[in-house]
Design a protein around this ligand. Sequence first.
Ligand code: SF4
Length: 234
Amino acid sequence: MNATQRTELFARLQAANPQPTTELDYGTPFQLLIAVLLSAQATDVSVNKATKRLFADAPTPDAMAALGEERLADYIKTIGLFRTKAKNAIATCNILLARHGGEVPRTREALEALPGVGRKTANVVLNTAFGEPTIAVDTHIFRVANRTGLARGSTPLAVELKLLKFVPAPFRHDAHHWLILHGRYVCKARRPECWRCAIADLCAYPDKHGAEATHPSPPAPPRARRGAPNRVLP
Ligand code: SF4
């Protein structure tokens, strides 16, 4: 895919969804960090169900640390791997309190030093809470980048580095969410919905399902955000 095609691809995703964001509900950087930590191998819907009550009762690191592992586990027991996640979340709260004044650190190094926080989670927090142009490569982005030819790679890191290099600068901050939503709702793993894909004519995937050879119509935007207020509070 050449530079002109890459610009066109993101221009179309942007036109369909001008202000993409995460589907995790949160009110502060800390809550986003916890929500992303809980979302590993779980759906955003299941995390939002659990965090609605959790964040109401324990919205801050000190309040969550005070819950302790057992009580936190009870809030999140509907989410997979909840015992490990409860342990990591409490340990993370204690480190935030001990080393960062109860705030979420803004550097990749400090974020990745938190229990249960890897490169992907750090990228989400840096991007969505702090406005950095990072790209967190999850299973959806990995698939879309490889299928389309936008950024092929055999590992998430390889895809991430190529995306950082090739995504045009004006689109870099939101690329992460456009690609995730496209993969989640249109370019699905088992049966990509190429017949309603806004970028089908730009995509190099050889096994398109029912796509037109030319520009498809009409573009199908990813699901619109629900009404839940999930922006970081000023
Ligand atoms: S054309 Fe099909 S394979 Fe290509 S991005 Fe669209 S949905 Fe995915």
